[in-house]
Design a protein around this ligand. Sequence first.
Ligand SMILES: [Cu+2]
Length: 110
Amino acid sequence: MKTIALILCLAVAPAFAGPLQMDPHMPGMQQNARPTEAQAIGVIKAIDLKQGTITLQHQAIPAIGWPAMTMPFHATPEVLKQAKVGEKVQFTLRPDGMNSVVTALKSTQS
Ligand SMILES: [Cu+2]
């Protein structure tokens, strides 16, 4: 099921790619049609400290053309430390298909 979700993410991303978001502070962004960072809302379903991943049931992320789904993300050590299963969070994502990384998150009030 995880694999299917990831493949779906990769498959639909180009078709739904949102408007280009230019950021003059990040030169790399101008070479790519997609933003190097995206914001999303989700619920933490699982944390795997060994793998360095958190599983998020995330809402659609129009900026990078992702539909809502539940999938594992790589996460920075800071994010892993902060994460709590069951928490609703707003998170920052560095989108890179299956290598996408959650770089920040903060708890939100539902
Ligand atoms: Cu996804």
